[in-house]
Each structure stands twice: as structure tokens, then as C-alpha cells.
Design a protein around this ligand. Structure first.
Ligand SMILES: Cc1ncc(COP(=O)(O)O)c(C=O)c1O
Length: 366
């Protein structure tokens, strides 16, 4: 006899992570592959963070500080808030899960954009709640349509800014207008996993809106710019009462000791941050220039990845090109139909991606 499972759970489409290099190389018997599929920092973690991890390893027989007090204090100082407004999670993914588990009742509604980060809908499904997906407008999150989608059942709104997978942003003035139209009983979650990469001066200051009284939570991560994806650590900033509820629901030792120490050190390494941003800026410029020459269309990205589309009459072009790149050891993401996403890598990785994409497109054209 098989154990019975609720249809909301059996209906969940599992999260598809970027293919790991090792898995691809084992499958195809190849070596020297590159992964530009999960928006990690191609420079890796800073030396300061790596040294902190080594120090942390010496203490792994002890439980970590369940309250992550030192890190909370550092983040509170960085954002000019109190430690009670800071939530530390096992990746920002954990905070997304905690939000859903803490605040949703079966049948509640959660408004989000589509396409956006797939984990929101997945998590909402686990809480037997309903995702209301609002299509992007010209590749951007459509805030006015999100306002219209709010009902009495709406509890949460997820806004991914910059949006994954498009890399586009919503700006300060439109967010202000949006927040003024959202009932205060709804928690608006700004998932800013890629915000550090955004250079638009109109990128919204969500903590400022929080200070002005908007019920929101800002999510950030150490997985992207700070290069610590493998350690699993992220954070959120919100009202103390929101943080308090999430802390009641989380596991007591949700964030491991080396992760806490690495995150603390990473925050102080301004040189590494500056270098990482410059590698990303130059890499984007290189890829844009080549896409332009190749006639590949893309959305201008405020992030560390680029969403691009292929032309041609064959609707399978996206999947075919994704697979042809895989066979040549270049891992990117197929988003569906003609759309793909590539993470900006090191200069040599970007060159290899462009060279391989050109080869693949040329072969298809023959
Ligand atoms: C928009 C967005 N939010 C959150 C995350 C998860 O980050 P973390 O590694 O902190 O769980 C990702 C990771 O890809 C992401 O793209």
C-alpha cells in the first residue's frame, strides 16, 4: 500500500536546479565544462570569507549560535535597523519557506509575477495555498496588475527585484505608488537576491519603505555577490513582530557555524565586492556586444545573468540550443520556448559561451 499524499503536494513540480558540472561530465564522459546556470559569483568567495570558514571548522563540534547574534548585529549596523528586525536563514530560500509556513492558511492567496523565481509557487503549494501569477509586461514585473489581483484572501506578495529570470527591475517611484495601494494586512516580500548588482539609481530602497511603515520584508542572500552559495546563508529585514514569528517556526540551529562566520567576514571585504561587480559589469558588456552582432535579442539586465531569446521558425530552438551547448560542456538554463538564461562568468567563460553559441547557431543554420 502506498502512503496517501495530498494532491497539492503530488501536483508540485520539483524545483530544477542548474545542472552540476560533475553530473554533466559523468553523463557525457567529458571534462573541462563550465557552469553558467545558477548565478553564482565566478570569482568565488572572498579570501577573508574562506579564512573565516577555516577558523569556523575548528569549532564545528559545537552547535552554532542559534540566534546568529554577531551577524545580526553587523547587518543591523549595515542597514541602520535594530537586530530584532533581522532574520537569518539557511539561504534566503529558507526564509521564503518560513514566510509561507508562518503566515499562510489553506486557501489563502499569494500574488507573484510569472515568470519569476519558481520557488515561490512551489512553497505556496506546500501550504495548500494558491499562487496568483501575474504575467510580466515587456519583461518587467507588472505592479499595477498585481494591485488588481489582490483579494480578501491575499496574504503575501512576492516581488523579485531584480527579477529572476529576466534581470529587470521595478523602480522607486512605481514601488511607492504600489505600496500605497496595498492593504496593510498584506506582507510584501521584496526578494532582492541580486540587488547588489543593480546600478540603476532608481532601484528602490525597500528598507526605507519599511521605516516609513510599509509592511514588507526585504530578502538578501550571501549566495550571489558574496560567493557563499554552498554554505546556505541569507537574511531578511522586516518588522520585529514578523521576524519574531519566523523565529518561532524555524529550526533552532538553522544556520551553520562556518556560514555565520564566513558571512560576517564577507561583509567586510569591500575589495572583493568591488572586483566582483566589475567582473560582472565588463562581462555583461562583452555578452551584450556579441549578442548584438549575432542578432540574438536580450533584456538589459540589472543582475549577474542575462535572459536572451533565439529567433527562427522552429519553436524547439531553445531546448535544442541548450542541449547542444550542454554537449559541448557549457551549462546554461533553458527557460522554456525560445528563452534562455546565462550567468555572467569570468572573461574566459564568457568567451567560451559566446564561441560555443556561435558554433551551435551556425550549425543549425546550415
Ligand atoms: C530570486 C532568488 N531568490 C532567492 C534565491 C535563493 O538564494 P539562497 O541561496 O539564499 O537560498 C535565488 C537563487 O537562485 C534567487 O534567484
Amino acid at each position: 500500500m502506498m502512503i496517501k499524499v495530498h494532491p497539492d503536494i503530488s501536483g508540485i513540480k520539483p524545483y530544477i536546479p542548474g545542472k552540476p558540472v560533475e553530473a554533466l561530465e559523468r553523463e557525457l564522459g567529458i571534462t573541462g565544462s563550465i557552469k553558467l546556470a545558477s548565478n553564482e559569483n565566478p570569482l568565488g568567495a572572498s579570501r577573508k570569507a574562506l579564512a573565516a570558514i577555516r577558523r569556523g571548522l575548528k569549532k564545528v563540534r559545537y552547535y552554532p549560535d542559534g540566534a546568529a547574534s554577531e551577524l545580526k548585529a553587523a547587518l543591523a549596523e549595515k542597514w541602520k535597523v535594530t537586530p530584532a528586525e533581522v532574520m537569518i536563514g539557511n539561504g534566503s530560500n529558507e526564509i521564503i519557506e518560513l514566510l509561507v509556513r508562518t503566515f499562510l492558511l489553506p486557501g489563502d492567496e499569494v500574488v507573484m509575477a510569472s515568470p519569476s523565481f519558481s520557488l515561490y509557487a512551489l512553497m505556496v503549494g506546500t501550504a495548500h495555498a494558491k499562487s496568483i501569477q501575474i504575467p510580466l509586461k515587456a519583461g518587467r514585473v507588472d505592479l499595477p496588475e498585481m494591485v488588481k489581483a489582490v483579494t480578501k484572501k491575499t496574504k503575501l506578495i512576492f516581488i523579485c527585484n531584480p527579477n529572476n529570470p529576466t534581470g529587470t527591475i521595478v523602480r522607486q517611484s512605481e514601488v511607492r505608488r504600489f505600496l500605497s495601494r496595498i492593504p496593510k494586512r498584506i506582507l510584501v516580500v521584496f526578494d532582492e537576491a541580486y540587488a547588489e548588482y543593480a546600478s540603476d539609481p532608481e532601484f528602490p530602497g525597500s528598507v526605507q519603505f519599511l521605516e516609513e511603515g510599509a509592511p514588507l520584508m526585504m530578502l538578501r542572500t550571501f549566495s550571489k555577490l558574496y560567493g557563499l552559495a554552498g554554505l546556505r546563508i541569507g537574511y531578511g529585514i522586516s518588522r520585529p513582530e514578523v521576524v519574531d514569528y519566523l523565529n518561532r517556526v524555524r529550526q533552532p540551529f538553522n544556520v551553520n557555524l562556518p556560514a555565520q562566520q564566513a558571512a560576517l567576514a564577507a561583509l567586510t571585504d569591500e575589495d572583493h565586492v568591488a572586483k566582483s561587480l566589475e567582473v560582472n559589469r565588463a562581462g555583461k558588456a562583452y555578452i551584450y556586444a556579441h549578442f548584438d552582432k549575432m542578432g540574438v535579442t536580450c533584456l538589459p539586465s540589472e543582475s549577474n545573468f542575462i535572459c536572451f531569446s533565439l529567433s527562427g521558425s522552429d519553436p524547439k530552438v531553445g531546448r535544442d540550443v541548450y542541449q547542444a551547448l550542454l554537449k559541448k560542456g557549457v551549462i546554461i538554463r533553458h527557460l522554456g520556448e525560445r528563452h534562455l538564461r546565462v550567468t555572467v562568468g569570468l572573461p574566459r567563460e564568457n568567451r567560451r559561451f559566446i564561441r560555443t553559441l556561435k558554433e551551435v547557431l551556425l550549425r543549425r543554420g546550415k
